[in-house]
Design a protein. Structure first.
Length: 413
């Protein structure tokens, strides 16, 4: 197939633009129970079948009145009660008021509810001690959500703040976009399964484990094809299998320029590469392209680089493919560096840092220490990326830098 990639390095912004421009959200949907929909993306607008509240009701414990009655009298006898779930029944005599509780239906003809703290009870009845305004303390029908209005638009992720809202409408089933199917595998003769004894020259296959954890947090259906040896035939077969099973294929390792890095070579044969060199550090060797059916992302083999490129590029790609329209890129904030930072001009640098507010209320950040692409502990120690511009050099303590706080994929809590 065609081999198409940009020579040299492209910026993170260019890479993300290409990712999103070349891909489109899934269109396969399914209807599921509301109770099983946490984390899913709505496939259609959710329309309210009812008014919320469904009737005019009291916002306070107090007394329902007609302003005309109050204009004629300072004190009104109490004609009855209205409770939450039990409306006032019978005739409401003129020149009287009704005791009412929070959430109770407003009696027909009432103009206002006076909170009980503004009422004195006498032998004659209720005496009102403060001015009363038309409509005060009355929640009107449909005030929160009018019937037939859009409650949640298509592309909303259903979570703690959305699901109770939908449940309050009496909706029990929702249309959602099918979960994104993501096939993952790692490559390298040096990889050993987690928990098995390490042999000479081996390391544990932690990249695939980290990728799987992040995919699960993003609500994907993960198809784990394991760790593969550095064999062109094996890789070719793995790509063919993954292409049949998944919407997106993610590999780790093999996209660099070493003699045993076959991933890019296989992709040239079975797919089309859009780009594979980024002007970022860590994470220069990142490949993106298209197989016959599925999209493909090739992560670097170094663990810090693999997680960074997943976070910065694969995360927004998955949001886009999943139809999640409310996804927002990480916000960058200015902070004062309290430690020197080493950097060479040429690539956008994402160093791991620890940010906090100092005693003067200023945001400051310090490095987690050594920033090598093999130092995975920097993610556990840090709470943010220190983002150093492409042409920037070394940073001295006291200089202003930009930071991105980790989101839910990398937060320690």
């Amino acid at each position: 197939m065609d081999h198409c990639h940009t020579s040299g390095l492209i910026s993170l912004e260019q890479a993300l633009e290409k990712l999103l421009a070349q891909t489109a959200p899934l269109i396969v949907t399914e209807t599921i129970n509301l109770t099983e929909s946490a984390g899913r993306i709505t496939a259609t607008d959710i329309i309210s079948p009812i008014n919320v509240p469904p009737f005019d009701n009291s916002a306070m414990d107090g007394y329902a009145i007609r302003l005309a009655d109050l204009n004629e009298n300072e004190t009104l006898p109490v004609a009855g009660k209205a409770l939450a779930g039990t409306a006032f029944q019978g005739e409401w005599p003129t020149d009287s008021c009704i005791r009412i509780m929070t959430g109770a239906p407003i009696p027909s003809g009432a103009d206002a509810v006076v909170m009980q703290e503004q009422v004195e009870i006498t032998e004659i009845g209720a005496r009102f001690t403060s001015p009363v305004k038309q409509g005060q303390n009355i929640r009107t029908i449909g005030e929160d959500i009018p019937q037939n209005s859009i409650v949640l638009p298509k592309g909303t992720k259903l979570s703690t703040t959305q699901l109770p809202l939908v449940a309050a409408l009496g909706i029990t089933k929702v249309d959602v976009i099918r979960k994104l199917k993501v096939a993952i595998f790692s490559t390298g003769d040096e990889l050993q399964a987690i928990g098995e004894p390490l042999q000479t020259g081996q390391i544990y296959d932690t990249n695939r484990f980290a990728v799987r954890l992040m995919l699960e947090k993003l609500g994907c259906e993960v198809i784990d094809l394991g760790a593969l040896p550095d064999s062109p035939k094996t890789l070719h077969n793995a790509f063919a299998e993954a292409d049949k099973l998944a919407d997106l294929v993610i590999s780790s390792g093999g996209v660099s320029v070493g003699e045993a890095d076959y991933t890019k070579q296989i992709l040239d044969e079975v797919g089309k590469i859009s780009f594979w060199k980024l002007a970022i550090k860590p994470g220069k060797p990142f490949a993106f392209g298209k197989l016959e059916n599925a999209w493909f992302c090739g992560l670097p083999g170094n663990p810090v680089s693999a997680v960074l490129t997943f976070y910065q590029l694969v995360q927004p790609l998955i949001a886009h493919l999943s139809g999640f329209t409310e996804w927002k890129p990480p916000m960058r904030l200015n902070a004062k560096s309290t430690t020197p930072l080493k950097k060479s001009p040429g690539r956008l640098d994402f160093q791991r840092g620890i940010a906090a507010i100092n005693q003067d209320g200023e945001l400051e950040v310090r490095t987690t220490g050594h920033q090598g692409s093999h130092i995975f502990s920097s993610y556990s120690l840090g709470n943010c990326f220190i983002v150093l511009e492409r042409e920037r050099g070394h940073v001295e303590a006291g200089e202003t830098v930009q930071i991105e706080f980790f989101n839910h994929l990398l937060k320690n809590q």
